[in-house]
Design a protein. Sequence first.
Length: 256
Amino acid sequence: MKTNELEASIFRRTLSQLKKGFYLVDDERVPIRGMIKLRYNSILYSEYPDLMCDSSGIVKETKYIYHYGESLLDLLRKVKKSVFLCSCSSLNPGGGVAQGREGLEEYIVVRSSLYYSLSSYSDNYIDTDSRKRGGQGYPLNCRSAIFSPSVCVWKDNDGEIINNPYLVNIVTIPPVLVTPEQKDEDGKVKKSVLRRIKGKLKLFLSIAVEQKYERLIIPHFGCGPVYGNNYDQLLELLRGLVSNEFKNRFTEIHLI
């Protein structure tokens, strides 16, 4: 994975701002939005939420909306009352953000308050009040996810402070690592591994239902060179789940 010293330096500034709870604009303190909710309402999941008896939140149909080539930050700002699926490291909050690694989790952590939530489940927590005492925490197990509501995004693609920061809701899940031996000659992931990938998607969809989100934002989850998932198969698994176990649960699924 590539590293970028500029990203690492932006993260160091972001971390300093998170510790203070504010950033400066024209020498004026601007409080980071959503910090209290993020501190007390983030959740570490280690199993699927129990939705068997939950009949609330039934909608008519699900619309798939494609945003290929669109800026992720623009989409997160635009799609209101949504939840975003973000791949993450199972070992450390923020993955390799301190070293300037350029993954999806690192990109979001550098520009937002997401690290404040993730680090609260590790020994790298920012302050003692924010640490969650229950649950396993890092390293995350194969069925773990962290729900982080009201994550404040206050920096743009270049790491500069924006005029109108906004809040997004994020579920971070470690993707399945697919080795070359777990693919066939056409690059398709073998069925035994697909079951694990399907479990990751099911976990995200279950959390979205429990938290009452009808709009989802789903990127190429685990489909880069690091994790090696197949995007066409990922979409097929997603559509299968949404058409069956999660039928009529979501109004919009935004794919980027």
